[in-house]
Design a protein around this ligand. Structure first.
Ligand code: ATP
Ligand code: MG
Length: 185
């Protein structure tokens, strides 16, 4: 199966959840002017030591118990680098982590963007008790989605309650589609 960029959103944001983050931010920027797609992931999870950050890009570092190979960050790095981009990881123990990845927008090897709205939606549905801040900037037009605001509005109902879930799904796909007129891949 072809990996799309949105698959990385799921993987890397899920690392933040595993790190105990109460707030996970995912910022997507598409710039034709800079010929770049940029993903920024920021969390307030447990963070990593300097040594861990150094080794985390090698595909044999993981805190998983079930298998010895962590692939999320190495795959993101590989995808970024093969499109003329790069990845950086900044982290502080007890404070959190920022992962930034840049891809060449028109690079011949860039995978399709895939379903970003679907990735955002799945993250919220799989982790309804933690908060997310999503932004999508398309050539300067932008969209922000903040579960803290929605949570406050619908409380005491959970974000994965059926009607709320379907509203969230619609909102994400409509707003993101509107930014690029539905013809961006
Ligand atoms: N946001 C983060 N906060 C704290 N630690 C992190 C974060 N992201 C990654 N790590 C650490 O880096 C390790 C490697 O991450 P990576 O995503 O590459 O592999 P994995 O999550 O262990 O396995 P996989 O993603 O393949 O299921 C993780 O096991 C975790 O210990
Ligand atoms: Mg991972």
């Amino acid at each position: 199966m072809m990996r799309e960029l949105a698959d990385n959103i799921m993987d890397i944001a899920q690392n933040s959840i595993s790190a105990g983050a109460s707030l996970t931010e995912v910022h997507v920027t598409v710039s034709h002017e800079e010929d770049r797609i940029t993903f920024v992931f920021r969390d307030n999870g447990c963070g990593m030591s300097e040594e861990m950050v150094r080794s985390v890009m090698e595909p044999f570092t993981t805190s998983r118990k079930t298998r010895k190979v962590g692939l999320g960050l190495p795959l993101l790095r590989q995808t970024a680098e093969m499109t003329g981009g790069s990845i950086s990881v900044e982290s502080t123990v007890g404070v959190g982590t920022v992962v930034t990845a840049a891809f060449g927008l028109t690079h011949i090897d860039r995978p399709p963007m895939g379903d970003v709205a679907g990735a955002f939606f799945s993250l919220v549905m799989m982790n309804p008790d933690t908060d997310f801040l999503f932004t999508f900037d398309y050539d300067g037009k932008d969209f922000t989605f903040d579960t803290r605001i929605i949570r406050e509005t619908v409380a005491p109902l959970p974000l994965n309650q059926m009607e709320i879930a379907s509203w969230i799904k619609d909102c994400l796909s409509t707003e993101i589609n509107e930014l690029h007129g539905g013809n961006f891949s």
